[in-house]
Design a protein. Structure first.
Length: 113
């Protein structure tokens, strides 16, 4: 999380993504809140899971009012691809509505499933 925190502030001199963590003040005012836990102090409607984070344990928590849960992974990394496929199968078995998007060679996102 520390690496992602630093990257979001320093990725480009011309832009950044304002965000915070539990180490910052006013967590409820952060447009993006980084966490490895279940808390959502900013009442976000979308939650991103990265770096191998599992969605299923999150689904056992009390409803947080999310409209979307998004798993991001690098399809060129075998371990990430295997994990994403396992999560897809598990979530599909639970009857959840799923969609899969893939980036093409031009950087555009295309819905695959």
């Amino acid at each position: 999380m520390k690496a992602l925190d630093a990257l979001l502030w320093t990725y480009s001199d011309s832009s950044f993504l304002a965000h915070g963590t539990d180490q910052d003040e006013d967590a409820e005012r952060q447009p993006i809140y980084l966490t490895t836990g279940f808390e959502t102090p900013n009442a976000a409607k979308v939650r991103f899971f990265v770096d191998g984070a599992l969605i299923a344990p999150f689904l056992t928590q009390p409803a947080a009012g999310f409209e979307r849960l998004i798993l991001m992974f690098d399809g060129n990394q075998d371990d990430q691809l295997v994990s994403a496929r396992q999560q897809w199968a598990h979530l599909k078995q639970q009857g959840l509505a799923l969609a899969y998007w893939q980036q093409d060679e031009d950087g555009r996102w295309q819905k695959k499933a």
